[in-house]
Design a protein around this ligand. Structure first.
Ligand SMILES: *Cc1c(COP(=O)(O)O)cnc(C)c1O
Length: 411
């Protein structure tokens, strides 16, 4: 029998993507060292050489999360899988979970709670605000049977940073475990898992770690691993069951097959974490802050203002109000087509009202700030917005000069 020819009608050869500058809400630019790491030979996922690399990776993640947790590893899936992994393992049907919602990702946590049979009690704050610790305190007082407090540390939909230390303190006082989303904060803002007493934390590879998307670093306290080990009811997911994953990620010896680890993707994460350790966590946080300050100085010359209060603004995610009366889609289209520069649109109530400029990981660099300001100035001027050409980059340069780089700067 003849085979059917289902090939596309157009001739398809290699896919060769354009070189963009990624300054949206993620993914961020992947560093050439990280891309090169992905191109190295594929190993079997049980190869001892690969196992050694996994052990190093766990150590590097412990450094990045500032934790001694044994169960610190990378989930084979994007940040959303890391999120689901926490909820599916920790919730037994009927459990009450207090979830904070101040943007796009809180409601996703609520979905997770409900889909896994939990009861969600939602603490709402306006988009653009941080989670209000007083509201959380009051809610936990009213719900003494609550088992878990879940919140987003860095809300990527708005650029607001919540006070994870205080929220974890409140949770502990009310005998609640914590699930913390640090997809956008890991590498860009301070996180101290052990000091803050976080029980379950997840992140993503493609934001401030500047690795391609698809991996989710996670870490679990002993309280969580004990809870999962002692569950009467099996975890409602085969793939995400922590007990099973322990046999693959747990120890360095006698690894058993669970699923085929994404070997080359893990080389990339390993390389990005080596780079973070070389730079130093504090230096990385300082670099994100410095580039944000310069970008902000440039925006000020164009009369562009921030959505989030300076006090709890994320340096790696800059949400700014779009100048009145312009076609904002046209601006983003021109930036992408003419400058190969990607920025983010607003979400929810802020769609069409704000732009989101990411300065995450490798994207948080001096040349990106200057390039972005100059390109935006040009495009705005072309569509008739009154801006003083050259002023934004000049202001950024001035800001950089006033904030000299710390020693051993590598970014
Ligand atoms: C990006 C993001 C996620 C989801 O990560 P994916 O890798 O897209 O699945 C979750 N939470 C926050 C705060 C994020 O910014």
């Amino acid at each position: 029998m003849a085979i059917n020819d289902f090939r596309p009608t157009k001739e398809v050869t290699t896919f060769y993507p354009p070189q963009r500058v990624l300054m949206g809400p993620g993914p961020s630019d992947t560093h050439p060292r990280v891309l090169a790491a992905m191109a190295r030979p594929t190993l079997g996922h049980l190869d001892p050489v690969f196992s050694n690399m996994m052990e190093e990776l766990k150590g590097l993640l412990r450094y990045s999360f500032q934790t001694k947790n044994m169960m610190t590893f990378s989930v084979s899936g994007p940040g959303s899988v890391g999120m689901e992994m926490c909820f599916v393992n920790m919730i037994v049907p009927g459990d009450k979970v207090v979830v904070c919602s101040n943007g796009v990702f809180g409601p996703r946590m609520v979905e997770n709670v409900e889909r896994h049979g939990g009861i969600a009690v939602v603490v709402n704050d306006d988009w653009g605000k941080q989670v209000d610790p007083q509201k959380v305190e009051d809610t936990l007082k009213q719900n003494p049977d609550a088992k878990i407090l879940a919140f987003v540390h860095a809300e990527t939909s708005t650029g607001a940073l919540s006070d994870a230390k205080t929220l974890c303190e409140i949770a502990r006082r009310h005998d609640c475990m914590t699930i913390v989303d640090t997809v956008t904060s890991l590498g860009g803002s301070p996180i101290y898992v052990d000091e803050w007493g976080i029980d379950a934390i997840y992140s993503g590879s493609q934001k401030c770690l500047s690795c391609p998307p698809g991996l989710s670093p996670v870490s679990f306290s002993e309280r969580v691993t004990d809870l999962v080990k002692n569950r009467q009811e099996k975890v409602h997911s085969w793939f995400m069951d922590l007990n099973q994953l322990l046999s693959y990620w747990g120890g360095s010896s006698a690894r058993t097959y669970h699923h085929t680890a994404p070997t080359n993707a893990l080389y990339a994460l390993h390389e990005s974490l080596v780079m973070l350790a070389e730079e130093g966590l504090e230096q990385s946080w300082a670099r994100h802050e410095r580039n944000y300050q310069a970008l902000k100085a440039g925006f000020a010359t164009m009369g562009i203002n921030y959505l989030v209060d300076a006090e709890y603004r994320l340096p790696q995610l800059n949400s700014v109000f779009i100048p009145e009366g312009i076609d904002e889609k046209e601006v983003r289209r021109k930036l992408l087509n003419e400058y190969s520069l990607e920025i983010g649109a607003g979400l929810g109530a802020f769609a069409g009202k704000v732009w989101r400029f990411g300065l995450m990981g490798t994207s948080s660099r001096v040349e990106n700030v200057l390039f972005c300001l100059t390109s935006l100035e040009t495009v705005l001027s072309e569509i008739g917005v009154k801006v003083e050409r050259g002023a934004a980059a000049a202001a950024a340069h001035q800001n950089y000069a006033a904030n000299p780089v710390p020693t051993s700067f590598s970014g």
